[in-house]
Design a binder for this molecule. Structure first.
Ligand code: ADP
Length: 498
């Protein structure tokens, strides 16, 4: 146990005897309490200091202090706030409670109780708590500043989907004031918010990161906007979800531009189709005439012209498909056919136009599928021409058809440039083309073939994906469900091909 500065230890050396009233049992307890405790007599002299009080004086040892006036030991405190609090307690006879910083590293909380003999003071080091509070306050202030000035629409909710914070931009977007929002629940403010969004917020409250790239919102005044949003759970000190943060981005302008672009693509491809078809017709007519006349010299450039016109037709058809997909108007014929047979057919046809690569069917099992034979052929042509286009230093493309339990899987493998893992998902997006250092690495395509192909496969209830290693090559896969045994051989043709 640490030394006990008690009345007896001070007696006989000229120290005041004011603690004589404190018996040993009390002193024993005061030495064990976790708070600091001091007793001052009516002349402001220390008559008792417990062990926990000593460090709170930042220097002087309690043995040196006993019997001396507090203002002798701390003369700079005379007239200061501590002095005033002690004085108040003495002059009013009322207990006084206060908190005081002594330099940057010590803050004490003091409870001062006056009595006839002087003052009893309990003091506690609350530096850690005060510093934590300060950090919290500064963080809150930073968060408030961030929320007010961040050029993003952000709302923070608690577990009950009650608004805790909203950014200035959020208020501007929703044409509401902070007073109208904070403390209200999402349901109170937006009773007509659609179920899918409310359900997503509930899922976010379960810890899921939810988002929606294209959604609409109706404001309290009835106007609407296109938005993209993300709902992210935030966690409290115990690691439990304390609420969610929702980010909104208004994309109305972008959507409007997209709509105009789609309209333009649709219009332009329709407009291009007629002259190209006419040109093709004339080229074929000329070819027939020249053949008849035996003018073989002029035939070659005409054939090349036809090849280019065919490429142009394919591009226009792809653009028309894009417009149909956007408008939800891509339709399919329904037919039962052998996929392996189709693969062979497409490969043989394509091989006639490709001299740089050998298209090798490395494995094949007959597999009946149900769907649009031409559209699946279109997918095969897309992936095979890509395999050739993106493997300029290779001379082979391998194709395999394998039947699985309830589906058939086609694999087209090339030994070309490969695709970085970050881009393997994106290449299936509309107009996406791989870039390297900000530069487009492909100048011949439109970046729509894979988008259309994946859409076609998905509409046939199949899957399409790629596995690739940069510098080694890529394997494009797609699966299609096997046709049920009793599926009809042929059905009506709702779709029209571009
Ligand atoms: P594109 O007309 O540009 O070829 P696609 O939609 O067919 O459009 O392909 C999108 C992008 O994916 C291409 O621009 C290319 O960068 C990449 N890509 C497609 N197939 C391959 C492949 N076999 N190897 C490497 N990259 C490929």
């Amino acid at each position: 146990m640490s030394e006990t500065i008690s009345p007896r230890s001070q007696s006989g050396n000229g120290q005041p005897q004011a603690t004589q009233g404190m018996d040993q049992a009390v002193v024993h307890i005061l030495e064990r309490i976790t708070d600091g405790f001091i007793a001052l007599d009516n002349q402001w002299r220390f008559i008792y200091i417990n062990s926990h009080a000593e460090p709170l004086f930042l220097g002087p040892r309690r043995a040196e202090m006993i019997g001396k006036s507090i203002w002798d030991i701390f003369p700079h405190q005379v007239g200061g706030t501590v002095y005033q609090h002690y004085h108040t307690a003495r002059t009013t006879g009322q207990a006084v409670h206060f908190e005081e910083w002594f330099g940057p590293d010590l803050c004490t909380e003091q409870h001062v109780y006056p009595s006839e003999d002087g003052l009893s003071i309990y003091m506690r080091d609350i530096t850690k708590r005060k510093k934590a509070e300060e950090i919290l306050r500064v963080n809150e202030e930073r968060l408030r500043l961030l929320m007010e000035h961040i050029p993003a629409s952000v709302a923070m909710f608690d577990r009950d989907l009650c608004y805790l914070y909203v950014s200035q931009l959020w208020l501007e977007n929703f044409r509401l004031t902070r007073q109208e929002v904070i403390g209200k629940t999402h349901r109170e403010l937006f009773p007509n918010d659609p179920a899918h969004r409310r359900e997503a917020y509930e899922r976010a409250l379960q810890g899921e990161h939810c988002k929606n790239e294209e959604d609409t919102i109706t404001y309290p005044d009835g106007t609407t906007d296109w938005i993209r949003w993300e709902a992210i759970p935030w966690r409290d000190a115990r690691g439990e979800v304390g609420g969610i943060i929702v980010f909104h981005e208004i994309i109305t302008r972008r959507m409007e531009l997209e709509r105009r672009k789609d309209e333009f693509i649709s219009l332009a491809s329709h407009e291009l189709k007629t002259p190209v078809t006419t040109l093709k017709g004339f080229a074929q007519l000329l070819q027939r005439r020249l053949k008849k006349q035996g003018d073989t010299q002029s035939l070659d450039p005409l054939r090349r012209m036809e090849t280019q016109l065919n490429k142009l037709t394919m591009m226009i058809n792809d653009l028309l498909d894009i417009s149909r997909i956007q408008a939800g108007k891509l339709t399919f014929r329904e037919d039962r056919f052998d996929l392996a047979k189709l693969v062979t057919e497409v490969v043989e046809n394509l091989q006639q136009t490709i001299s740089t690569h050998q298209l090798l069917i490395s494995g094949k099992t007959p597999a009946l599928v149900y769907g649009d034979r031409d559209r699946i052929g279109q997918v095969l042509i897309n992936v095979l021409t890509n395999a050739v286009k993106y493997s300029p230093h290779a001379n082979q493309v391998l194709i395999s058809v394998a039947q699985e339990e309830s589906s058939v899987r086609v694999c087209i493998q090339d030994f070309g440039v490969g695709i970085h893992p970050d881009q393997q998902e994106q290449i299936f997006e509309r107009f996406y083309q791989v870039t390297s250092g900000g530069k487009n690495t492909n100048l011949t395509g439109l970046g729509i073939g894979l988008y259309i192909s994946k859409e076609i496969i998905q509409r046939h209830h199949g899957r399409m994906w790629v596995e690739s290693v940069v510098g080694q090559g890529s394997s494009f896969y797609f699966t299609l469900p096997l046709a049920p045994a009793n599926s009809p051989k042929k059905q009506e043709k709702p779709g029209r091909r571009g």
